[in-house]
Write a protein that binds this ligand. Structure first.
Ligand code: HDE
Length: 723
């Protein structure tokens, strides 16, 4: 297919997609053959009471198409949300490391499509289970598509691709009853984990708040594996890829996540869609950690081991460019569902390493599309086709769209003058990096992969106190759902190897004794191998703590796109609403007016204020903070509205900022929160409570600061609120 290089609107991929767009507005309805339809409401019958006639080709065409609307969902990462965007590199400073043009030419804006996903749940599952999130980016570069298929955690559960089916079978719903949906808290997952110490690093991340993001827009992304950058001279450097969100990294709390999944299963999908629709385009900086080849063995872990990260304090992340997601898909199925990523979609300047997990992925991603997208021509689906010209001798197959001209479909040929022709490396042809390999064929795991516990310990040590508490709580929840004591005990045994305090707290929470694991604890060896050779090793890590790993150290203070609920009823003070609304919106926050009934509330002067949601259809878990405007009559009504009081208790439990004006405070006084107010009258603002009067000019300023803090985890020490 011949492609235009020069774009009409500055985005060549958008132009490319337009070729396939269909728009029925203002058009006549037709069959798939273009026949205009006269009656789409009644099938063809023998008499108006039937029977229906087989000859009704219009009925048959419509129903046949409907019958085949579904395709197999992805075996992993089935539930996802996607968006279009662009990437621009800041400067050409990466030239000494890579010849990839999209990473070195600041004048280029590369179109891209990004798909975020959960891993375990089915396509129709909810958005906020405790899970890893996929973070896959397809760059439509002028040299071909480059896919960076990563996750929101920098390490993976297993070290060798051959374990992937086992890992996924263990985490997916159990085979006999297909329970539970989108959850790792069940016997089979923890059975596998407790027997596979290599999983422990990713398990620590999975038990942390990283597994329950506030928004897809507030997650980091990681390529995980060590890749290679190759420069013009053919020299290789190792590289790890990072995505850093400009809004910072933020999460919800676990109790909130459980409730969000019921209140709005599309919480993340909606959030992404609405942010882009409103023009608040999500942005990430692309970062690289570069390691010279000579330094390959300088670390206390193996760079090829995907269960290890390179601490940023040892190799800094250099920020090289920015991705902006600026357009929602036109059609979910055509774009988000049919997009096909593959870590093997490379461009000159980037290459692989021998990471045994990456090597297996390089097979899996094309293979899986064959059953998911129905055959070998999935690269022709509009969302997948490159903007770079594409010509080769591959032919035919199911649903082939291209009409290949010419008499030859082989190379070498003379009948077509040798075309399509090969390209020299110096002219942009791809050549694999010539890594020297001299080895025996063995089915084995490298000894350098056997330190399973130092980096999980580094991660745990790097967390703030509330983050550590959340990890303990998560283990207690997950293992609490496991009903085989040996599995729980074995897992606690593995935790003893990471942190004694952590193991003790989890054991306490589960009602178990702490027991050191029995020897041997590693099962990653074959039947003839000597288990002694595969025992976990312990190194003395270079770092004890890496501040970059804690979300407590993330960017704070930006309240753009944060959702703020205003609790109102008839008689609400109009000024109190409009002043605070204006102040919040000036910072990019989004206000939702909540009231006992939909449509409108009347303010104290009888003016209508549009209601976004009633208490019936909304809940505190869907917002970041709440404000209770003043108004004698409205506060009296809200006091009689149990859901309004629950709103406050729940928001307090989830450590969110709460502000009141004037009489609004009385609503708090009849909530459970009042127990804590009485105990802490001094430091309310440190706890995210802004109790002001309408005349208090600073109230909006203080509230904005509080929202910018994201959460007030100090409250968790006060004890829980029954909400
Ligand atoms: Fe994947 N993975 N994966 N994975 N993965 C898939 O490919 C696989 C791994 C990741 O939004 C599948 O097209 C194997 C690591 C993302 O469409 C499948 C192994 C990382 C997505 C597959 C891994 C990922 C997938 C299912 C171990 C982070 C969603 C559908 C060797 C670096 C992409 C598909 C999207 C999807 C196989 C491990 C990320 C089956 C065999 C490590 C983000 O091919």
């Amino acid at each position: 297919m011949t492609k235009k290089h020069n774009s009409e609107n500055g985005n060549p991929k958008q132009d490319d997609l337009k070729v396939n767009m269909e728009d029925g507005s203002g058009q006549a309805m037709t069959t798939n053959q273009g026949l205009k339809i006269n009656d789409d409401n009644n099938s063809l019958k023998a008499g108006d009471r039937g029977a229906t006639l087989l000859e009704d080709f219009i009925l048959r065409e419509k129903i046949t198409h409907f019958d085949h609307e579904r395709i197999p969902e992805r075996i992993v990462h089935a539930r996802g949300s996607g968006a279009h965007g662009v990437f621009k590199v800041y400067d050409d400073s990466l030239k000494k490391y890579t010849k990839a043009k999209f990473l070195t030419d600041p004048s280029r804006e590369t179109p891209l499509f990004t798909r975020f996903s959960t891993v375990a749940g089915f396509r129709g599952s909810a958005d906020v289970p405790r899970d890893v999130r996929g973070f896959a980016v397809k760059f439509y570069t002028e040299e071909g598509n480059y896919d960076l298929v990563g996750n929101n955690m920098p390490v993976f559960f297993i070290q060798d691709a051959i374990k992937f089916p086992d890992l996924i079978h263990a985490v997916k719903p159990e085979p006999h009853n297909e329970i539970p949906q989108a959850a790792s808290a069940h016997n089979t997952f923890w059975d596998f984990v407790s027997l596979s110490p290599e999983t422990m690093h990713n398990i620590m991340w999975l038990m942390s708040d990283r597994a329950i993001p506030r928004s897809l827009r507030m997650m980091e992304g990681f390529g995980i594996h060590t890749f290679r950058l190759i420069n013009e001279e053919g020299k290789s450097h190792f590289v790890k890829f990072h995505w850093k969100p400009l809004l910072g990294i933020h999460s919800v709390v676990w109790d909130e996540a459980l409730k969000i999944n019921g209140q709005d299963p599309d919480f993340h999908r909606r959030d992404l869609h609405e942010a882009i629709d409103s023009g608040a385009f999500p942005e990430w900086e692309l970062g690289v950690q570069i390691v010279p080849e000579e330094d390959e063995h300088k670390f206390d872990f193996d760079l090829l081991d995907p269960t290890k990260l390179i601490p940023e304090e040892i190799v800094p992340v250099k920020l090289i460019g920015k991705m902006t997601l600026n357009r929602n898909p036109e059609n979910f199925f055509a774009e988000t569902e049919q997009v096909a990523f593959h870590p093997g979609h490379l461009v000159p300047g980037i290459d692989f390493t021998n990471d045994p997990l990456l090597q297996g992925r390089l097979f899996s991603y094309t293979d899986t599309q064959l059953s998911r997208l129905g055959g070998p021509n999935f690269h022709e689906i509009p969302i997948n086709r490159p903007i770079a010209p594409m010509h080769n001798n591959q032919r035919d197959g199911i649903a082939r769209m291209e009409i290949n001209k010419g008499k030859t479909s082989y190379h070498p040929n003379s009948m077509s003058d040798g075309y399509p022709e090969q390209t020299k490396v110096s002219d942009g042809g791809f050549a694999t990096y010539q890594e020297r390999i001299d080895a025996n064929k063995v089915r084995a795991r490298s000894k350098s992969f056997m330190d399973f516990f130092s980096q999980p310990a580094l991660f745990y040590n790097s967390l703030s106190e509330p983050e550590q508490t959340h990890v303990v709580d998560a283990f207690c929840f997950e293992l609490g759902k496991v009903n085989i004591t040996e599995i729980r005990q074995r897992t606690v045994g593995l935790l003893t190897q990471i942190d004694g305090g952590l193991a003790k707290k989890v054991a306490d929470g589960l009602g178990l004794e702490v027991k050191e694991p029995e020897h041997p604890i590693n099962h990653q060896f074959g039947a003839d191998a000597n288990p002694e050779d595969y025992q976990p090793t312990k190194v003395n890590p270079e770092l004890k703590s890496s501040p970059a790993l804690s979300m407590a150290n993330t960017i704070k203070g930006n309240i753009a796109t944060r959702q703020i609920a205003f609790l109102t009823a008839d008689g609400v003070d109009g000024n109190s609403v409009s002043t605070m609304k204006a102040a919040l919106e000036a910072q990019g926050a989004m206000v939702k007016i909540i009231a006992p009934k939909s449509e409108f509330v009347k303010d104290s002067e009888g003016k209508n204020i549009k209601v976004d949601h009633s208490f019936l259809t909304f809940s505190s878990v869907l917002v970041d903070a709440i404000y209770i405007p003043s108004g004698d009559k409205s506060i009296e009504t809200l006091k009689q509205t149990p859901k309004a009081i629950h709103f406050i208790d729940e928001a307090y439990l989830h450590c969110k900022a709460i502000a009141t004006a004037g009489k609004g405070k009385e609503l708090i006084e009849i909530s459970y929160v009042n127990n804590y107010l009485k105990k802490n009258p001094e430091n309310l603002e440190d706890m995210g409570l802004v109790l002001g009067s309408d005349s208090d000019k600073n109230i909006s300023e203080k509230f904005i600061t509080a929202i910018g803090n994201h959460r007030f985890f100090e409250r968790e020490k006060q004890g829980k609120i029954p909400a």
